[in-house]
Structures are given as structure tokens and as C-alpha cells.
Design a protein around this ligand. Structure first.
Ligand SMILES: Nc1ncnc2c1ncn2[C@@H]1O[C@H](COP(=O)(O)OP(=O)(O)OP(=O)(O)O)[C@@H](O)[C@H]1O
Ligand SMILES: [Mg+2]
Length: 337
């Protein structure tokens, strides 16, 4: 069976097609295209039409004709998700208590939300049930469904970016790992334990903020700032370290959020987080791996979702350098039904 993953980011739209045969995942198509602005931030039908056109064109360009088996990501920053702890109970009791639990942390009306949950752990010994609870605004889901309809895509499922990221980057023998999607608008991260998401966070600082800070600080236009960012990043060897100085406080603020999440996890579970894996376009920022590793005193690796797939080198080697950006799309396409 083959599944297509579609990740409509605020900067670029990514698509991956994966065929699963006898427990092996084989990459069948991969590609990306810029997201027409203002894209999904807009409420106007014309802007949605433009996004739908871009999706259609991307499917055509990478040669995906069957648009019926598509899994689509919902943006982490626009949904609410949390791991909650409950006393052990039956599935029926659980379903009825989730509404009450969601009320405590969901910042929008539950009448206008779709609730989903996933049991993470049943701890019979301590009598505790841990459940990942996700609330998505109906307006958001409907907006996605409208765009998919315009693009003639039939979604098989919608899921959160971090669920997909976790599936793309975590293999069964992994230690407790923080997986990070460092994109354009948001830096999303989750702690993954025994292949399950334990904690999720979305922090609104990523590539867009870095470029804007550089543009403001150095008095250069956005497109030049974008070039400097990609070329020099956090290196202190170029332009007297001016590029680094302009963005270092933003990187620190992202590190602080990661650290808080790790400390929370370590207190809750009495286990350590031993690895951080950075995905998303902004993971390509020069020297970011070293800086985050130094800030958090934890090993940091660049995400490589391709390493957990089989693929034809002659076709897909061109994507190896920017593999981190495809993490979410690949994770979506690895979903099994
Ligand atoms: N080599 C690089 N160095 C630094 N930043 C990079 C590099 N390559 C890409 N980026 C940045 O990555 C960002 C886009 O990443 P990505 O495609 O993951 O975002 P997105 O999924 O569209 O956004 P979001 O998930 O936040 O909606 C841009 O800000 C871009 O500047
Ligand atoms: Mg993204």
C-alpha cells in the first residue's frame, strides 16, 4: 500500500509518497514548492485557492496521480495538545472524562473543537493512565478540508505535525529523544519516549524571526538577510560575528524553551533526555547544532528521515542535503492503516 504525506507549511509545501511492502518503507516520490503568501494565515477564498493550486502543481511535478491516500498535517501552533494523567479506567469512562480534562487547558471553546486522544501508557502498578489529548478548532480543520477539496485531494487522515515528526525520526531502539521541527513561523518540539510522544510544545520563533532580526539589526533587506542567515548562521568567523550577534538571543530563547520541557519531563518521569534531533528548514542554520548542544549540554543531531527509508539513490540523492525539511511529510506518509 502507498500513502502520501502532505505538509502545508507557512513557507513551503512538502509532499512525500511512501510504499510499504513487507515491513519496509520505500520512498516513491518527494518534493516541495514555496507556499503562496499569505496562504493559510488568510481567511480569503482566493488565497486558499492559490494554496490549492500550488498543492495540485506539486503533486503533478513529482508525479503523484492518485490523490486518495493522503495524510495531512495540522499546524501544531494552532491546536492544543497535552499529556494528561488519570486514574486507570475503562475506555468508556475515559471517553467521558476527556471533555472535562480538555476544558482545563484548551484555549478555545470545546464546542468548536474536535477532540482526539491516544493512550500512551497504562501503568497497572501505580494505577495511572497517561493519555495524549489533542483538540483542533473546527474552523481550522474545515479550512484544511476546503483547500484539499479545491486541490482534489482526498484526505485519509489529518494528524499533528509532531505526531508525524515522531514517526519520521524515531526508531524502536532510540533513547528518550527530543524531536524538533524548526520551521518558518514556529519551532515545535516533542519528547519521544518508547516511540510515543510524551510532551509537545510550540514556540513562535523560527526562520522568519531570525531573518527579520538580521534585517533589522544590520539594516539590510529581507532577501539579503535570508542569504546571510543561510550562508553564515551562527558562525563567529564572518562579518566580525555580526550575523551571529543579531540572532543569538533568539536561538537562546528557543533553547530555554527546550530546556524547560526537558526539565519538566525529567521531573515527571525520573528519566533523562539523551538526544535532540533537529528537523525543519531552520535546522540547516550553520552552527545551530553546536549552539543548541552547548546550551542544553545534550547531544544534538540533524534529522535524517531518509536514513530510516529505502530509496533509489539515483533519483533521491539530490534531496539528502535538505532531508530535515521533509521530516513531517515523510512521517505522515509512514502512517499505517
Ligand atoms: N540552510 C539554511 N539555514 C538557515 N535557515 C534555513 C536554511 N534552509 C532553510 N532555512 C529556513 O527554513 C525555513 C523554512 O523551513 P520549513 O520549510 O521547515 O518551514 P515551514 O514548514 O514552511 O514553516 P512552519 O512549519 O513554521 O509553518 C525558512 O525560514 C528558511 O529561511
Ligand atoms: Mg513546517
Amino acid at each position: 500500500m502507498s500513502v502520501v504525506g502532505l505538509d502545508i507549511g507557512s513557507s513551503s509545501i512538502k509532499v512525500a509518497k511512501i510504499v510499504k511492502d513487507s515491513n519496509r518503507f520505500r520512498l516513491a516520490a518527494l518534493g516541495k514548492v514555496s507556499t503562496p503568501r499569505p496562504g493559510l494565515l488568510s481567511e480569503s477564498p482566493q488565497d486558499h485557492e492559490a494554496v490549492a493550486e500550488a498543492v495540485k502543481k506539486l503533486f503533478d511535478d513529482v508525479g503523484i496521480r492518485d490523490k486518495r491516500q493522503v495524510v495531512v498535517a495540522l499546524p501544531e501552533g494552532k491546536i492544543a495538545s497535552r499529556v494528561i494523567k488519570l486514574p486507570l479506567m475503562s475506555d468508556k469512562e475515559l471517553a467521558s472524562s476527556l471533555q472535562y480534562e480538555a476544558d482545563a487547558f484548551v484555549p478555545f471553546s470545546l464546542d468548536d473543537a474536535i477532540l482526539r486522544h491516544q493512550v500512551i501508557e497504562r501503568n497497572e502498578k501505580d494505577g495511572i493512565l497517561e493519555v495524549l489529548l489533542i483538540a483542533s478548532p473546527k474552523i481550522l480543520v474545515n479550512k484544511y478540508l476546503r483547500i484539499l477539496e479545491l486541490a482534489k485531494v482526498t484526505p485519509l487522515a489529518l494528524e499533528t505535525e509532531l505526531m508525524a515528526l515522531n514517526r519520521a525520526l524515531i526508531d524502536p531502539n532510540q533513547p528518550n529523544t527530543m524531536v524538533v521541527d524548526f520551521g518558518f513561523k514556529n519551532c515545535n518540539f516533542a519528547i519521544s519516549r518508547k516511540e510515543q510522544i510524551y510532551l509537545t510544545r510550540s514556540f513562535p520563533v523560527a526562520g522568519e524571526a531570525l531573518t527579520r532580526a538580521l534585517s533589522d539589526e544590520l539594516g539590510i533587506d529581507i532577501s539579503q538577510a535570508e542569504e546571510y542567515k543561510k550562508a553564515y548562521g551562527l558562525s563567529d568567523q564572518v562579518l566580525e560575528g555580526k550575523v551571529r550577534q543579531s540572532i543569538i538571543s533568539l536561538i537562546k530563547s528557543v533553547s530555554v524553551e527546550m530546556k524547560k520541557a526537558i526539565q519538566y519531563f525529567e521531573q515527571e518521569k525520573k528519566e533523562t533526555v539523551d538526544l535532540i534531533v533537529l528537523g525543519g528548514g531552520s535546522a540547516g542554520l550553520p552552527n545551530v547544532i553546536q549552539d543548541i548542544a552547548a546550551n542544553l549540554r545534550t547531544e544534538v543531531q540533524l534529522a535524517n528521515p531518509l536514513s530510516l527509508l529505502e530509496y533509489d539513490q539515483s533519483v533521491f540523492a539530490q534531496f539528502e542535503d535538505e532531508a530535515p525539511v521533509f521530516s513531517v511529510a515523510i512521517g505522515l506518509a509512514k502512517r499505517q492503516f
